[in-house]
Write a protein that binds this ligand. Sequence first.
Ligand code: ADP
Length: 461
Amino acid sequence: SPNIVSAAPILTKLQRDCATPLPVLRQVADAMAADMRAGLEADSGSDLKMILSYVDVLPTGNEKGLFYALDLGGTNFRVLRVQLGGKEERVIATEFEQVSIPQELMFGTSEELFDFIASGLAKFAQKEAGKFHLPQGRTRELGFTFSFPVKQTSIDSGILIKWTKGFAVSGTAGKDVVACLNEAMKRQGLDMRVSALVNDTVGTLAGARYWDDEVMVAVILGTGTNACYVERLDAIPKLHSPNSASGRTIVNTEWGAFSTGLPLTEFDREMDAESINPGEQIFEKTISGMYLGEIVRRVLLRMAKDARLFGDSVPEKLQMPFSLRTPDMCAMQQDTSKDFEVVGSILYDMAGIDSNLCTRKIVIDVCDTIAKRGGRLAGAGIVGILQKLENDSKGVIFGKRTVVAMDGGLYEHYPQYRSYLQDSVTELLGPEISKNIVIEHSKDGSGIGAALLAATNSMYE
Ligand code: ADP
């Protein structure tokens, strides 16, 4: 049929523009390593902010006692408690609760929001029983995962730069979010204090490191993306008074802002130009869950307009930004039926599209092209981090087992993406070295990770 004939060149061009042969991957990995170095030299020296986490002591497995964690990063907050029993007993018990934040509080005052959170925490703490035990006279300690931009000034303080993700709370910007929470807990009569303020990527690294001391890097691939890793203090020139007993610290790369040498298409450029943050977070827009489906939608829309892929008229809903979500794209790629019936019903449900076998195959090829580029570039980014560490001291990374802890819905639920990521790492490192590099899923490690960091930064130790 004529529509396939004319959609084919659009697909071919897309595949060419998204191609990530080894030389491209290598350039991206090298650029990631170079941009990391530039960001470690000076603030604003690079696309990569290379933020110091002030996490200098990592969990070892010896931590003991009762610790809490609070995760605030979206429309829900999660609270968790864990009873740690040291090397032998490890995690004796955990309990968690999730509370949704009423819409009006996202537009209210800072006090209202933090009071709501503290009262949720207080109710949760009241139910502490059974295997959970706080020694007499001790204050409860909390690890606070706060996934908004903060300028951290110590392990237990950080100034909010701005609210994002739909929050418009007044009176917090410029304030220490730890002080805000500590004061709210006091107002609620809750005997608890924040011992560690952590980014979610840093929490993931800490959570994975508790079980395996060869974890050196953590990567989140969810709605957005970020990565952090364990760095030597003497490899951070912008740090003028390095003092930590361990000589090491976790650096939060904020790698979503990376942009050097990426193979981008007209569809990426248009999506970026129409986004709320044009010119920013280019790596994130190429590899993370929020955007993959949207890129596919833009390609399909072009095929519908220029090649009549779905017949004479352009499906109206296909014109709506973000109407094709990454989980839909992923589900279409899992379709193993002979006629691609799942693809057919997803296209129909999302935009009332009637498709035939040929158009469904084209749609799958578009999804695969975008997932492949994303997974392979994410892999190149990971190799960039490892390469930077390896170049600083030969053998420490490639000469022994090294673990990269992965988390996030995209990595967890998209098998093709995950295997493209692994392929890229293997191609870049070669068969021998890649045997030493273990990329492993660390599910929901960040909650426990924050509690563990409250333990390693406890005021009682
Ligand atoms: P967040 O990053 O929002 O904190 P998650 O780590 O759970 O939360 O990631 C959620 C994201 O993961 C979604 O926005 C989506 O892009 C992606 N995702 C979720 N489910 C799937 C799926 N089945 N297939 C592909 N991607 C998925």
